[in-house]
Write a new protein. Sequence first.
Length: 225
Amino acid sequence: MGGAHGHRLHFHAHSPVHQLPAHVKLVALLVFMLVVVATPGDAYPFFAGYLALLGVVIAVSRVPLSYLLPRLLVEVPFVVFAVLLPFIATGPETDVLGITVSEHGLTAGISLLVKGTLGVLASLTLAATTEPHRLLDGLTRLRVPHQLVQIMSFMIRYLDVVTDELRRMRIGLDSRGFQARSVRQWGVLASTASALFIRSYERGERVHLAMLSRGHDPNAPAGRS
């Protein structure tokens, strides 16, 4: 019935959610996120309702949770910050499982974790049910500035190219017996990141010149040039 198709985040299926116009889904995501962010941090029944609504959308979209949940790892930095908030915030204190934490920090941490998870899950659902070029078309229909849409178009188009370049560099490091086990190896990692940036920048320049030499029209609709 389904599998990865077209892009690593997209899940190929023929559900009603997949068939909705991209601009409609983008507006729905924006409204959903505005409502989630505007909800008070301690209004947990409302958050439970938002999660249930999102669960219905995911069920209708036929995207397996086993496909979405591993991609929630992108949220790890927010989770770490949310866990630290009760310990670094000031104000009245309370005991949780025998540990003294800030009440304000605890409330803010839970709110950040809940809202962030809802936002990431909703965004992943949009990405899983909408092909990248349709998202670009949807942004164009919503009158997003053309330059921004073009930047997104090139980012999507060449993300896999940069990823493959990084994979080849990693293979080269592995073949030389490199293992990042201590701080002393950070210099090599920094040099690798710098080399990747330079190669990507130079590749972008070559691609731009090649497109101009072939009559590329910068004002053409995104995804169609």
